[in-house]
Design a protein around this ligand. Structure first.
Ligand SMILES: *Cc1c(COP(=O)(O)O)cnc(C)c1O
Length: 375
């Protein structure tokens, strides 16, 4: 697996070669022989989470009879300060359902550059909701002024009407940046004045809340509908929720069914979600610290282009200069040395920290990456 010609730094050598023999694994996660920084979705349920799943009372959720799902929905609604919440299998489906509830086919939706809706949902928004997107701002965020300039008016003989603004917080492709809350409030106010609905793609809203020391309800308050994920940094095996007014969430129920996402004994997932919210929320701060540690070590390299100001949560996105190996080569060589990363572009790499990588893992990974980028 590892290239014997290139010696990893001493710490990396110790962790990768001595502790991580093939098939040996680490800690509570047997079989994890790699430092996997591809995404915070790669975490596996811990023994304690599995116990919570095994013990959960369940029922048929389509009759509203799954007590654990009902408990999770009530809990998340309260956390987000909304009347109601609905469980869905994935964050992508949550985003799709939100579009169908808040727009009509042919409508225009204002989003940030490189948003999940545009890049990571395989064109679902066009296929399912029939909407088009207008991109505003830069580096994952936009201002109320940029939003207002992007809005196309209703009733125009030529323009598609802008009926929704979607904010992604934290913003994945921009490097996990937190959307400034003051700007969120100004945008949502400007939207209301124009009869434009508001949606928060808050798959990682927990990271944003922890990073800035705010309650999730505060971050969710300005929005008509809010989508959150349990399977990113919180480490549950699946599940997202949509939260909003009772009336809007009731409408989501039908669209979830239309998209094939209405399930039965969902309490097995909901139990993992409740466990994750209880035990894995506060510790998100550790992931943020680990991402900063990696960023600091990488940013010291003359071949790494990394804006430290973007490293606000658990994601590190960086570029490499023309004299460095390209993204695909970095991914391959890192894998040979026991580190998994993701290439976002020809010379762009993304790393994500999560509860299955320790501070030591992250330090080693940063040293391994820096050495191979400079080799
Ligand atoms: C992961 C993610 C989603 C989609 O979640 P899935 O469960 O992977 O479908 C939506 N929005 C953002 C910002 C995400 O990072």
């Amino acid at each position: 697996m590892r290239n014997p010609r290139v010696r990893p730094p001493e710490t990396a050598l110790r962790i990768c070669v001595k502790l991580r023999q093939p098939g040996e694994g680490i800690g509570a996660f047997p079989g994890t022989a790699m430092i996997d920084l591809r995404s915070d979705t790669v975490t596996r349920p811990s023994p304690a989470m599995r116990e919570a799943v095994a013990a959960a009372p369940v029922g048929d959720d389509q009759y509203g009879e799954d007590p654990t799902t009902n408990k999770l929905q009530d809990h998340v609604a309260a956390l987000l300060g909304k009347q109601a919440a609905l469980w869905l299998p994935s964050g992508t489906m949550a985003n799709q359902v939100a579009l169908r509830v808040l727009t009509r086919p042919g409508d225009d939706v204002v989003v940030s550059p490189e948003s999940h809706a545009v890049w990571h949902e395989t064109g679902g928004s066009a296929a399912n909701a029939g909407v088009q997107f207008t991109v505003a701002g830069k580096a994952g965020v936009f201002t109320a002024g940029e939003f207002a300039a992007a809005v196309k008016p209703r009733g125009h003989v030529i323009y598609p009407p802008t009926t929704l603004v979607e904010i992604e917080n934290t913003h994945n492709r921009a490097g996990g940046v937190v959307f400034p809350q003051g700007e969120v409030e100004r945008i949502c106010k400007a939207a209301k004045e124009r009869d434009v609905a508001t949606y928060l793609d808050g798959a990682r809203i927990w990271n944003a809340a922890v990073a800035i020391g705010e309650e999730p309800a505060t971050l969710a308050a300005p929005f008509d509908l809010v989508g959150v994920s349990l399977s990113k940094g919180l480490g549950a095996p699946g599940g997202s929720l949509l939260a909003g007014s009772r009336e809007r969430v009731d409408k989501c129920v039908r669209h979830r069914r239309m998209l094939g996402g209405a399930m039965r004994q969902v309490g097995l997932f909901a139990a993992a979600g409740l466990f994750a919210l209880e035990h894995h929320y506060e510790r998100l701060a550790e992931d943020h610290g680990n991402a900063r540690l990696i960023a600091e070590r990488l940013a010291g390299s003359p071949r790494v282009i990394l804006d430290r100001a973007t490293v606000q949560t658990n994601i590190v996105v960086f570029h490499v200069t023309a004299d460095a190996p390209d993204g695909a080569t970095i991914v391959t060589r890192a894998k040979e040395r026991g580190v998994l990363v993701f290439a976002f572009g020809p010379r762009t790499i993304r790393l994500v920290t999560h509860l299955d990588v320790s501070r030591g893992d992250c330090a080693s990974a940063a040293d391994i990456l820096r050495a191979l980028i400079e080799s």
